[in-house]
Ligand binder design. Sequence first.
Ligand code: ZN
Length: 131
Amino acid sequence: MSASSYENFIQLVGNSTQSKELPSQCPECNCKEFYKQSDFKRSLGLVLVSIASVATMILMYMGYNWFIIWSPMLVVLVVDRVLLRMRPVVAICYNCKHILRGIPAEALDELESFDLEIYDRYKYKEENSKS
Ligand SMILES: [Zn+2]
């Protein structure tokens, strides 16, 4: 697998921009609020977990002891954590989910992680503008 297809496989999906600094507003919708997140496709983690749970069920059916039964799940959780740690952090627009890649870590320091309250505020705004 080449480096770029690995990136496509693992990174977040959506419109993105490369940026050297945190912009004051989103290039797509002019929203001023962003959150930071690891550039890691969460669905990938879910796929790993479902594979592990199938393996767990098979092992359980075969009558192995609990340690062997839960080892696939343990491995997946560790792999998931390690992948998450290894991924660069990106800034994401609350309003349109635009992804901003390449921002230095110091600039991302001032950003908070995902906040459901702010997210809900934007979602509510969007729903209101539709009707
Ligand atoms: Zn936006």
